[in-house]
Write a protein that binds this ligand. Structure first.
Ligand code: SF4
Length: 224
């Protein structure tokens, strides 16, 4: 099977195959907290790629968790865009959360990251270039969570309609096998009207909505 046939089979499978309802799985896990954490909320490290994807998950998770955000996104091109998405996230944390949610920001290594992505620069969005991109950023953030004693780790990327939640959760669960301290928290932040809730928050705070995922290739494809 060549690459194109493999991609076509993947897209067909995505449409037709049975999918786990990861949102229900998330609610099930939260239902165990009273027993597992009788005296405190569990600590979760939430990987955030931008405020549009992060705002609703922050609301949803903060009821059950002590939330910390990590902005680990060297995929975003150019650096000014990385800075702008970060400043909008900070503004939202300040205006909505009174700075009560900690934010960890990792180094911007855009050039090296683009070299890593360039091996699959002609992939359509949502294919192997993206799978590698999800996994790399999640793995780095997961390692941070494990080294710093977080109970759980997850990513807001399951909010995006352009991203396959099934794939993201498979990656997260597989990465979880590497880490002994921190457990992967499955999610599908699109469910339960996530999009509607995010839109309402974005409107209320006049948040910046970018028109491309992040890398130079997604910019090229959106603007060509
Ligand atoms: S389109 Fe988005 S997820 Fe895919 S490689 Fe580019 S930045 Fe990463």
């Amino acid at each position: 099977m060549n690459d194109f046939e493999e991609y076509a089979a993947y897209v067909r499978g995505r449409k037709s195959s049975f999918k786990t309802n990861w949102h229900k799985e998330a609610l099930k896990e939260i239902g165990t907290f009273e027993q597992k954490f009788p005296d405190r909320k569990p600590k979760i490290l939430l990987h955030a790629c931008c405020v549009v994807c992060a705002c609703w998950p922050m609301d949803f998770l903060s009821d059950a968790f002590d939330v910390t955000l990590i902005y680990n996104n060297p995929n975003i091109w150019p650096k000014e865009e990385w800075e702008h998405r970060l400043s909008e996230l900070k503004r939202y944390i300040h205006e909505r959360w009174n700075d009560s949610i900690p934010l960890i920001v990792t180094e911007y290594t855009g050039e090296d990251y683009m070299k890593y992505l360039s091996e699959r620069k002609d992939d359509p969005e949502g294919w192997k270039r993206c799978f590698g991109c999800y996994e790399k950023r999640m793995d780095e953030a997961f390692a941070y969570a494990d080294a710093h004693g977080f109970d759980y780790f997850t990513t807001v990327m399951t909010f995006s309609r352009q991203k396959d939640s099934q794939k993201l959760n498979e990656i997260g669960l597989k990465l979880g096998e590497k880490y002994s301290r921190t457990k992967y928290f499955t999610s599908d932040f699109k469910k339960a009207d996530g999009q509607v809730k995010s839109n309402a928050i974005c409107d209320a705070y006049d948040l910046y909505k970018q028109n491309y995922c992040g890398c130079v290739y997604s910019f090229r494809d959106e603007n060509s």
